[in-house]
Design a protein around this ligand. Structure first.
Ligand SMILES: *Cc1c(COP(=O)(O)O)cnc(C)c1O
Length: 360
């Protein structure tokens, strides 16, 4: 039996994708070997890899002047790889701080760059808000502006793309990529760890505007140099082949379901129902300002925090798993990425109502 899995990441994958992977697990494309057991430089793997890239480009409508890189090290590696590639040690960069992940990116930027300007820090609201566009204090000559469009732990999502007046905008989209259409041309660079909305961990997708390649510091490790990786078609060294393959299946799954416009509509409805149930209850509470509530990660607390353990245990027994909030903040959190069907959200809402009726 498959549970409805609300984990924040690694997260639920579409069951159709897992079933196809199982089907061809030991013998892929009649090669007599698994996709994990063949050369990444052989024709079959290369064809699959190129198709995955072109499907991703189609889904996100990636303009021709952007390169798509399949790299390793997860989202966190990019906290250092971005500065090493895009900014000299004595440069200035702007960092927007809206919660846990943008704080982690800020800490790494401070280790690597002399002038790190905090363009906004939402600490005053306990990271339940995003800055208004007019409140972003951007530097005149920053190498780039970094922000996190969706804070996975706080459940805070930007309802707008910041206007940086031509300065490259760098976005950590780990937990929001592919959840709805975006205009890639607004960004200099997008990165996303795979294990939320793309596929298994071990893979990070980087979408970078071509003119930003070739700016890396001389002492950067070669495997982290975007230009070197791009020149080799993400085969500078052995890529995470299984993750790449599975991501490719997820891209096909998304295309078969109408692409990101259709997915965005489904995600909007899922989020609306869950927030509606929370706001309508008086027993559950979501602390995030309404206009910047995440479509993907929905944290909530119970009126009686002592009941949180029972909530998680009983939900688990009912087939609704991994609802515990992040260890740093507690409470509950329902991550409702693309693979979570509306029925899963409705089952959670029904459970929440029943729990409240019995214990509230
Ligand atoms: C999960 C996550 C990360 C970290 O990803 P790793 O693959 O564990 O390095 C970074 N940023 C955001 C927004 C995330 O959700």
């Amino acid at each position: 039996m498959r549970a409805f899995n609300f984990a924040a990441g690694p997260a639920m994958l579409p069951v159709e994708v897992l079933e196809q992977a199982r089907e061809e697990f030991t013998d892929w494309h009649r090669l007599g070997a698994s996709v994990m057991e063949i050369s990444h430089r052989g024709k079959p793997f290369l064809a699959m890899a190129r198709e995955a890239e072109s499907d991703l480009r189609e889904l996100l409508a990636v303009p021709a002047n952007y390169r798509v890189l399949f790299m390793q090290g997860g989202g966190a590696a990019q906290f250092s790889v971005v500065p090493l590639n895009l900014a000299a040690a004595d440069a200035t960069v702007d960092q927007v701080v809206t919660g846990h992940w943008s704080q982690r990116a800020l800490a790494e930027a401070r280790r690597l760059i002399a002038h790190v300007n905090v363009a906004a820090d939402e600490g005053a609201s306990k990271y339940t808000t995003v800055p208004r566009p007019a409140d972003l204090k951007l530097s005149a000559r920053a190498a780039y502006v970094h922000y996190c469009p969706n804070e996975t732990i706080g459940g805070v999502e930007f309802p707008y793309v910041p206007d940086t007046s031509g300065v490259p905008l760098v976005a950590d989209m780990s937990s929001t990529i592919l959840s709805r259409p975006i205009d890639v041309s607004r960004f200099g660079l997008i990165y996303a760890g795979a294990q939320k909305n793309i596929g298994p961990s071990g893979l990070v997708v980087v979408i970078v505007r071509q003119d930003l390649l070739g700016r890396a510091r001389k002492d950067i490790p070669a495997v982290w140099d975007y230009q070197a990786v791009a020149a080799e078609g993400s085969m500078f060294n052995t890529p995470p082949t299984f993750s790449w393959y599975l991501a490719g299946l997820v891209f096909k799954w998304l295309k078969a379901r109408g692409g990101l416009a259709a997915m965005g509509e489904r995600n909007r409805v899922k989020a609306e129902r869950l927030y509606g149930a929370i706001d309508g209850s008086g027993f559950y509470r979501n602390p995030v300002a309404r206009e910047c509530r995440s479509w993907m990660n929905v944290p909530f607390t119970l009126a009686a925090p002592a009941l949180e353990g029972a909530f998680a245990t009983e939900a688990g027994a009912a087939g609704l798993i991994n609802l515990e909030g992040h260890r740093s903040v507690g409470g509950m959190r329902a991550s409702i990425y693309n693979a979570m069907p509306l029925e899963g959200v409705e089952a959670l809402i029904a459970f929440m109502k029943d729990f409240e009726r019995r214990k509230g």
